[in-house]
Write a protein that binds this ligand. Structure first.
Ligand SMILES: N[C@@H](CCC(=O)N[C@@H](CS)C(=O)NCC(=O)O)C(=O)O
Length: 118
């Protein structure tokens, strides 16, 4: 089972690489604003999880550089469970001027990115 999942994960990563979406273009000023806004966000994720790949593709589409946190690493995993509430990726950590919100579900995260950055 582990091997099958590993192989499927590599196939997803390969397809994602080959069919990478086109990055949205902005003026340098607009991009700087987007980059600044994105500093308040972190995406807890696994590299080969299909739901995480979907969100990362949306990030690329929107040209938003969000800090990626590997939730396989024990300390990150513990932080996600204790502060977010459960071990599920992708999860977007949103820091609203010190008020932290944990957004689960790939669809909800993609819709958040669309609303905030489109
Ligand atoms: N409905 C969720 C599904 C997310 C999901 O199933 N994530 C899996 C990884 S692909 C997970 O977090 N599993 C928990 C674990 O690995 O312990 C979404 O769309 O984000």
């Amino acid at each position: 089972m582990f091997v099958v999942r590993w192989i499927l994960g590599r196939i997803i990563l390969l397809l994602n690489f080959i069919f990478a979406p086109k990055k949205r273009q902005r003026s340098a000023d607009d991009q700087q604003q987007v980059d600044q806004k994105a500093q308040s966000l972190s995406l807890y994720q696994y590299n080969a999880c299909p739901f995480c790949v979907k969100v990362r593709r949306e990030m690329r589409r929107q040209n938003v550089n969000i800090h990626l946190v590997d939730a396989k690493q024990e300390s990150n995993k513990q932080e996600l469970v204790s502060e977010g509430g459960k071990l599920q990726v992708p999860c977007l950590k949103i820091n609203n001027n010190g008020k932290v919100e944990w957004l689960y579900e790939s669809k909800a995260i993609m819709s958040y990115l669309n609303t905030e950055f489109a």
